[in-house]
Design a binder for this molecule. Structure first.
Ligand code: CU
Length: 738
């Protein structure tokens, strides 16, 4: 061997020792049929599995991930919690164009961090039907932060999710149409008869007086909750004395989960992929898209200890049994006391729709107003108590022996302070929304109504978030970890999701250190699709080579929250048909109502309104309309309205302008003036929940028309009805709705 060859060989050896290892995965995205409930349903599997395969890397590797889109629709993959170049972040129409059907897209980025993360589709609602998986980044063995007794434990990736047999597009549509079908399925209608039975009639009236519908902690009914794709599974390889580290990711589209364990305490050792000082708890709530690493001990042999994930609404749970033998179960979480929750909400809700924390300055999940609904903390429902509540009355750790994790308990093992002497940009957002129209926003604006927020590379960005809505929102920042200011000083924990409860104020800060357009949004999938987010964009950054037509990309991105949702219903009754169809989005509503008799004496009537909802609570809607009627009257039967104007019900085709306003008790007042000079005032209340499935509607107007109706909801789109109408008389029938 000559010298030259030796030298070449030497360099080769040196290079290969120091070279970064490239780790390649090929992901084949395909349509599949699953059967979680006895009915075959469409889902999306990657490499034939749900959840998607766990991707494992070691810090220092180079990731190469080839996505083979074998669907008949676009897709994308987002690497949740990862630090990477912006064009690898996987947000379609923002950081790349969608991956088209039957094409291959390569993602590649260096792995410059460690911890438990996950990945999911960022395209439409694909995350709901299977596109979520664990993403595990191991520490290097010589990592100075390596923790003996923690980082060397056997680890198991655990990804939580949920399943609904309903097409998620239909879920989304129903949420926007204020259908209470999910509440009927969950048993949380909170009807008047249930309220009376529970001694909470006054609570229910106050609730509706303040223009609230039934309250709940989650929006969607699910058929199944899943751990690693199953409602029950077992890790039988562990025996007495073993410790296991579970790398738990919440890949649920809209579910927060309680985690509890039958074998004793749960030790939390990391959150959102960053180490925290170990903290022992009895239970924790993992919000949608968060990750927690927890260590559990197997106390004895011949026993399988239940590790349980229960949906926050406590409708169902799923279990992982750790160990081998007789099953040791954990106490199931008792059902929520909804009327106690309703009463608490009534106390907090001001008449203008704002929430009032009554000076309790809540933050970091320490005070949980929902404890009033937890029987295991506050005992069984006890009916009336008018005592003034203080912060301690909502602090579950002070009220009981059960230790519940909150954000103030998280402490980083090392300092997380940001660079000093750099400019600080302060931003403040109010999380806003209204349940009646399912609008979710920041500062009452959705993504498509706002510009990108410019930030400068190098500066520190501090964001104050206040949740003024009635639901909790896990807000997620792409591409960066932030410090959550939680009273731990220099050791504030690093996170990329902050779950904010109603009325809480939380502050986070990060150093702007990587160019790009980074999405900041609520991780409840249906809230995100409704527009609850913002885009942070670095000033003077180079253009993204994957976005060749930025205008087109932006228009497609904005299309998500501009989407219109359609609903229709018709009552086929013995005395005629009446029904409505509506096409609505965040601000606009196009609606048509009809009453079609079976003969000319009954008459025919179609009213169409196009309106725009105004204000945060959207109680006001000015509109323009068109009214067409025909009815054959008897001789001298001409009527007058309440204002003495001649009635033109017999034959009329007029334009109108008017306004709808939602009054206390959810009564819609409508004032409308027609081009023939006629004026009409109308009051209507639809869908009063009489019992779990019975709804009552009432209407009266100054044309001396009135209507009263009852509808019994048999199935999601089928009901039995009876009503009395001043024009058409009494009728019985059935209603179909879409
Ligand atoms: Cu949200």
């Amino acid at each position: 061997m000559n010298n030259f060859r030796l030298i070449v060989l030497f360099f080769f050896v040196v290079l290969s020792v120091n070279a970064q290892k490239t780790v390649r995965y090929d992901l084949y995205v395909r349509d599949t049929i699953v059967n979680f409930t006895g009915k075959p349903k469409r889902a999306i599997a990657v490499n034939g599995q749900i959840p998607m395969p766990t991707l494992t890397f070691t810090e220092g590797d180079i990731a190469e991930i080839y996505v083979h889109n074998e669907l008949e629709e676009d897709t994308s993959l987002h690497w949740h919690g990862l630090f990477l170049p912006n064009k690898e972040d996987g947000v379609p129409n923002l950081t790349q164009m969608p991956i088209k059907p039957h094409t291959i897209h390569k993602y590649t980025f260096p792995i410059i961090q460690n911890g438990t993360h996950w990945y999911h589709s960022h395209t439409e609602l694909q995350e709901q039907i299977g596109m979520y998986g664990s993403f595990v980044l191991n520490k290097r063995a010589n990592d100075p932060t390596f923790r003996k007794g923690i980082d060397d434990l056997p680890t198991v990736p655990v990804i939580l999710s949920e399943w609904t047999d309903m097409d998620p597009n239909n879920v989304h549509r129903l949420l926007h149409n204020a259908s209470d079908w999910f509440a009927i399925q969950k048993g949380t209608t909170q009807s008047y008869s249930e309220a009376i039975k529970a001694g909470h009639f006054k609570t229910k009236v106050t609730n509706e007086w303040k223009r609230m519908n039934a309250m709940d902690v989650s929006d969607v009914y699910y058929d199944k909750f899943l751990i690693n794709g199953k409602s029950e599974s077992q890790l039988s390889q562990f025996k007495s004395g073993d410790k296991v580290r579970l790398r738990v990711s919440n890949g649920g589209a809209s579910t927060n989960f309680w985690l509890t364990y039958a074998g004793g305490k749960i030790t939390v050792v990391a959150n959102d992929g960053s180490d925290v000082e170990p903290v022992e708890v009895d239970r924790l709530l993992i919000a949608a898209s968060e990750t927690y690493d927890v260590v559990v001990i197997i106390p004895a042999d011949k026993t399988a200890y239940e590790f349980m994930a229960t949906s926050e609404d406590r409708t169902k749970s799923s279990s992982l049994y750790i160990g081998n033998g007789i099953k040791q179960l954990v106490d199931p979480l008792p059902k929520l006391k909804y009327f106690e929750g309703m009463k608490m909400m009534n106390d907090m809700m001001k008449m203008n729709g704002d929430l009032d924390d009554m000076g309790m300055s809540m933050s970091l999940n320490q005070m949980d107003m929902n404890v009033v609904m937890y029987p295991e903390i506050t005992g069984e429902a006890k009916g009336k108590s008018d005592k003034k509540m203080t912060g301690d009355d909502y602090n579950s750790n002070k009220l009981s022996d059960i230790t519940t994790l909150n954000y103030a308990m998280l402490k980083s093992p090392m300092k997380t302070t940001l660079p000093k002497d750099v400019p600080v940009k302060e931003l403040r957002f109010e999380l806003t929304g209204n349940m009646n129209r399912y609008v979710w926003s920041l500062d009452n604006k959705v993504v498509s109504e706002t510009d990108k927020i410019l930030i400068k590379k190098g500066e520190n960005v501090r964001i104050v978030l206040h949740n003024g809505s009635m639901m909790r929102h896990p807000m997620h920042l792409h591409g960066h970890d932030f410090r959550l200011l939680n009273g731990q000083g220099d050791y504030a924990p690093l996170k990329n999701v902050v779950d904010i409860m109603p009325m809480e104020t939380d502050t986070l800060e990060f150093n702007a250190n990587v160019d790009g357009d980074w999405f900041f949004h609520c991780h409840i999938l249906y809230h995100m699709m409704s527009g609850m987010g913002r885009i942070f964009s670095y000033e003077n950054q180079p253009p993204n080579p994957l976005i060749t037509n930025p205008k087109l990309a932006q228009r497609k991105l904005f299309a998500d929250d501009r989407m219109f949702h359609f609903m229709a219903e018709n009552d086929f009754a013995t005395n005629g048909n009446d029904g409505e169809a509506m096409y609505a989005n965040t601000r606009w509503s196009i609606g048509t109502e009809w009453r079609l008799g079976y003969n000319d004496m009954h008459g025919y009537e179609v009213e169409t309104h196009i309106g725009r909802y105004i204000g945060k609570m959207q109680w006001l809607m000015p509109f323009v309309g068109f009214d067409w009627r025909y009815r054959r009257m008897g001789i001298d039967e001409h009527e007058q309205n309440l204002f003495g104007q001649a009635d033109t019900k017999d034959n009329r085709a007029v334009f109108s302008a008017g306004v709808n306003y939602t009054l206390p008790l959810l009564i819609i007042a409508q004032a409308e003036i027609f081009t023939d000079g006629n004026l009409r005032l109308q009051f209507e209340r639809k869908d009063i929940p009489v019992s779990k499935r019975l709804r009552m509607s009432l209407m009266w107007n100054t044309d001396k028309e009135y209507m009263a109706g009852l509808r019994y909801i048999v199935r999601r789109n089928f009901g039995i009805t009876t009503h009395y109408d001043s024009d058409m008389g009494v009728g019985f029938g059935m209603s179909l709705n879409y």
